[in-house]
Structure formats: C-alpha cells, structure tokens
Design a protein around this ligand. Structure first.
Ligand SMILES: Nc1ncnc2c1ncn2[C@@H]1O[C@H](COP(=O)(O)OP(=O)(O)O)[C@@H](O)[C@H]1O
Ligand SMILES: [Mg+2]
Length: 184
C-alpha cells in the first residue's frame, strides 16, 4: 500500500464478513511490529504481529495499553491493533485514562493505531474524525451511512458502489476526498 502509516490513526469499518480482517492483515505488513489485542485468532499467524493474549476481554485493556505505551516508547512496536473497537469506545474510557491517552498521544509513543469495527455509528466523533485514514467496506443502515456522509458529501455517491461479494472499499485520507478502491 502506498500510504504513509507511520504514527497514524487508521479506522477500518464494514459489516460482518465484508473484508475488514483481510484488509487489516495486509495493512499490518506495512508495520514492523504491530501489537494486537487478541479477541479472536484472526491475526495469530500474521508473521510480524505481536499478540497480546487477554484473559478478560474488557479488564485487560489497560494492561495492554500500558504495555503498548512502554514498548512503543522503547521502539519495540510501531502499531496497536484494536478489533471490535466499538466495544471499548465507551464515553468514560474516552474522557480519561489510558485509552483516551492512547487516542490522543499515540504519535508521542511512536505508535499507529489500527481500529476495526462493524459499528461505525458507535465510534465517537473524537476518534472517527481524527482518523488519518478511514477505510470502509459495505455498511448497512442509515445511522452508519450518515456517519460517513457527514464526514464528506462524496460518500453519498461512492457508497452505492460497495458490494459485499467484491470486498471493494472506500478510503479517505484526512483532509482529502474519499476514493473507491478495488479489493486487495
Ligand atoms: N480482498 C478479498 N479477496 C478475497 N476474499 C476476501 C477478500 N476480503 C475478504 N475476503 C474473504 O471474505 C470473508 C470475510 O472477510 P473478513 O476479512 O473476515 O471480514 P470481516 O473481518 O469484515 O468480518 C473471508 O472468508 C475472507 O477470506
Ligand atoms: Mg473480522
């Protein structure tokens, strides 16, 4: 991929089975050592990935983030990967604490953030609108679609071109219009 992903926030959205994991697995190749909060085995065999095996889905997030901060600062990892980000993006976690700090300060820790979610409508604007790169596969429902159209009017004409079977996607860089891409 031809984009600069260093110290960036990257959001990947789309309904179940639309292609998020496939895309993210390719994206992770662009990093030296991406650090993954493990919810499923989706990234287990990604060669350069470092997998954090949580035992408590919600309870271990702060330990993961504290570890990421330390490893990023030491130059040992260069990205954090949070799948199902909507589950973690609670109001309280995004107003204070380690997730809030990571969202705001990741570049200071030499880290990119890769967020994946099937529910973009649940991602607070503070995170969504600050993504350097937003990738979306097919999404469903007016609330999810509105989220993108509010970000840029061109989504209205691009989104009807997204097809479930094709795994094509729209990519938007911060400050630029969204563009349609064929599947990776
Ligand atoms: N670009 C692609 N080319 C071929 N198959 C793909 C592509 N993207 C996704 N798939 C396939 O579609 C299915 C769903 O993709 P996945 O990435 O797991 O979706 P999601 O993470 O959004 O649920 C998987 O079987 C995957 O192998
Ligand atoms: Mg997936």
């Amino acid at each position: 991929m031809r984009f600069d992903f260093v110290n960036k926030k990257i959001g990947v959205f789309g309904i179940q089975q639309s292609g998020k994991t496939h895309f993210a697995r390719e994206l992770l190749k662009c990093f030296r050592a991406p650090f993954v909060y493990r919810l499923t085995g989706d990234f287990d065999n990604v060669e350069n990935a470092i997998i954090f095996k949580q035992t408590d889905k919600y309870g271990d997030l702060d330990l993961f983030l504290a570890t990421a901060k330390r490893l990023g600062t030491a130059g040992k990892i260069d990205a954090v990967v949070l799948d199902e980000f909507d589950l973690f993006a609670t109001e309280s976690r995004l107003s204070q604490g380690l997730l809030n700090e990571m969202i705001l300060m990741h570049a200071h820790f030499n880290l990119s953030i890769v967020l994946l979610s099937r529910r973009p409508q649940d991602i607070p604007s503070k995170v969504f609108e600050s993504c350097h790169i937003i990738v979306n596969f097919i999404i469903d429902g007016p609330a999810a679609k509105r989220k993108f159209i509010d970000l840029h009017a061109d989504y209205e004409t691009l989104m009807p071109h997204l097809q479930f079977e094709k795994h094509n996607y729209i990519l938007k860089e911060l400050g630029r219009p969204p563009l349609l891409f064929e599947a990776l």
